[in-house]
Write a protein that binds this ligand. Structure first.
Ligand code: SAH
Ligand code: SF4
Length: 337
């Protein structure tokens, strides 16, 4: 199998390719990060080097096998070299700002009951190249993207090495130069990895999928809550904030008659007490075969009124990408047409 260069830093390209002149590595890096996916189209390289590149390397190791568009969002289905299928999503807001929602694993091992990705099980971790490929393909399809959320398929902090590497490549000033402040990692609550992020000063933003601030309820829908209970999770967020001092996003999927009651708001209020957070409310998106329901408009409104009354800061995430099954929790490796 040829080695893919898209997830490599210039110095890694240098040692992998070993070109006649060291500065060639930077030229190759720059070309790849400007979304050139064919060595032939890199105009400033000598023929001999191009032949070496063709014979031994590829730029992206994966292939786009389906493109769906819906107004200002879109979804790509990507087939990996081993035939695993992943998806990534492009979201645009009203100001035209584009955000890439990238996958970090083929499937997910965390098994959250309300999530289509979790329902399909885990296949494997993605490499940094396979994460970057998604971004390159999204930009080729939809134009320049300013923000990244690692919120697609998989648990990013369960594949931390490739995740951080991909972020570093996307941040590199010789390439896309996307600032870490415009990247967000979403986790189901791996407390040990949150503390690790704090310890190493990982500059990306943090989002935590809470979904319920009651231990019993959370365990019911998120098996990971047994390993890292709410106490431990809360402790890790305090630790994170003591070191990083950054507002954390708390994701809260609203599920009909499950986590929408007055008492649920009280649990939430207690959980976030003393933390600097914004709660991101996501009405549950339907996914085939999952036994949950979206709350009615009235149930959602009632919940939002309770948040207001408790002075809990929140935003409601609108159901972007629903038509193309590109909304949160709807990504899966199933083929679609
Ligand atoms: N594994 C990470 C990131 C991917 S999941 C995590 O759990 O945070 C991204 C977000 O989608 C999470 O906040 C999750 O709670 C939410 N989600 C999963 N299934 C959903 C569904 N069916 N409807 C709405 N949101 C969902
Ligand atoms: Fe995995 Fe996140 Fe889905 Fe849970 S919500 S199964 S952690 S992708």
């Amino acid at each position: 199998m040829k080695i893919s260069l898209s997830g490599m830093m210039p110095d890694e390209i240098l040692s992998a390719v070993n070109p006649d002149k060291p500065y060639r590595a930077k030229q190759i890096f720059k070309a790849i990060q400007s979304n050139i996916t064919d060595f032939n189209l890199i105009t400033n390289l000598p023929a001999g080097l191009k032949k070496n590149l063709y014979d031994n390397f590829t730029i992206t190791g994966s292939t786009v096998t389906n493109v769906l568009r819906d107004n200002n969002s879109g979804k790509l289905s990507i087939t990996l070299h081993d035939k695993n299928i992943i998806e990534c999503v492009l979201l645009s807001d009203l100001k035209g700002r584009k955000t890439a929602c990238l996958s970090t694993q083929a499937g997910c091992a965390m098994g959250c009951l309300f999530c289509k990705t979790g329902d399909n099980g885990f296949s494997r971790n993605l490499s940094s190249s396979e994460i970057i490929d998604q971004f390159i393909f999204l930009e080729k399809e939809f134009g320049e993207i300013s923000n990244i959320v690692f919120m697609g398929m998989g648990e990013p902090l369960d594949n931390i090495e490739a995740l951080f590497k991909a972020a570093d490549v996307l941040n590199n000033k010789e390439g896309k130069g996307i600032s870490y402040r415009r990247m967000t990692v979403s986790t189901c609550g791996l407390a040990d990895k949150i503390e690790y992020m704090a310890d190493i000063g990982q500059p990306m933003r943090l989002a935590v999928s809470l979904n319920s601030a009651n231990q019993e309820k959370r365990e019911k829908v998120m098996p990971v809550a047994k390993k890292f209970d709410l106490g431990k999770l809360r402790e890790s967020l305090f630790y994170y904030q003591s070191k990083r001092n950054k507002r954390i996003t708390i994701e809260y999927v609203l599920i009909k008659e499950f986590n929408t009651d007055k008492i649920d708001v009280k649990y939430l209020k207690d959980f976030i007490q003393g933390l600097s957070v914004i709660v991101n409310i996501i009405p549950w998106n339907p996914a085939a075969g999952l036994d949950f329901q979206t709350p009615s408009k009235k149930e959602i409104e009632n919940f939002l009124n309770l948040l207001d009354a408790s002075h809990i800061p929140y935003v409601v995430r609108h159901r972007k990408g629903e038509k193309i099954r590109g909304a949160c929790g709807q990504l899966s490796s199933e083929a679609y047409g």
